[in-house]
Design a binder for this molecule. Structure first.
Ligand code: ZN
Length: 249
């Protein structure tokens, strides 16, 4: 820790990445709610059982990769916060790796739903970069298999039908207990564990700031609710945090 400076926990959801062109698949209007055949592609049972499902999943990943999503001003603001010497931990529901791409130290990012930047073998556990697997798809393989054992390659995300990683959850809860400022950004705060973490932070005396376009269940209890777009709201909030303006301690 860094002297008297308060620990800032930042929980991020899909809303921070929509400005980078990544759709909110899980949201109420998201693809996975509207289209059951799309949800199959990210559900572990059908994915492991069906070559056809995997072929479609690889096409979906190829198309998603083609967007070439880059960090936006919201991601960059959080990297600035760390660079300014403010102790910060990012807890993210996103799997896009954009916090790290923006310059936040990987060890300070906790990925609650894993990462889509990597793949691993469902059989032997061998892992590698998603980009290498997508290169094989581009070269004509419609369901690239593990190079070591021939097993099924899957993304390093938590797929539907799989539990969250207990160790990651415990770390997230510890951070929520120990932070002085809890910033909830671009998350509806309605789905576990995002629904729980602000509660833990509030119970341990943290200041809660909600930045989200839509109302959340925590708005009434939050010390501050910000409705302006994340890519403009976050740089302003970060400037205040760097000045110590939000610590209230
Ligand atoms: Zn393998």
């Amino acid at each position: 820790m860094n002297g008297k400076r308060p620990l800032v926990a930042v929980l991020t959801g899909a809303g921070i990445s929509t400005d980078s062109g990544i759709p909110d698949y899980r949201g109420p209007q998201g693809l996975w709610q509207r289209d059951p055949s799309a949800q199959e592609l990210v559900t572990i049972g059908p994915y492991l059982a069906s070559t056809e499902v995997r072929r479609r999943a690889w096409l979906m990943r190829r198309d998603a990769g083609a967007i070439g999503a880059r960090p936006n001003a919201g991601h960059r603001a959080l990297a600035d916060l760390e660079r300014a010497g403010v102790p910060v931990r990012v807890l993210t529901q996103n799997v896009d790796g954009l916090h790290q791409a923006a310059g936040v130290s990987p060890r300070k990012v906790l990925e609650l739903h894993g990462t889509a930047t990597g793949v691993r073998c469902a059989g032997c556990g061998e892992s590698g970069p998603m980009a290498a697997a997508l290169a094989r798809v581009a070269a004509g393989e419609d369901d690239p298999a593990c190079a070591r054992c021939g097993g099924v390659l899957r993304p390093c995300t938590v797929m539907f039908g799989e539990p969250l990683d207990e160790r990651v959850l415990e770390q997230a809860e510890t951070i929520a207990r120990n932070c002085q400022v809890f910033l909830a950004v671009g998350s509806s705060l309605q789905v576990h564990p995002a629904a729980l973490l602000p509660r833990i932070a509030l119970e341990h005396g943290a200041r809660l700031i909600v930045v989200n376009g839509e109302p959340t269940p925590y708005d009434a209890e939050a010390h501050e609710v910000v409705r302006t777009p994340i890519s403009t709201a976050l740089p302003a909030l970060v400037a205040r945090l760097v000045d110590g303006d939000l610590s209230g301690l």
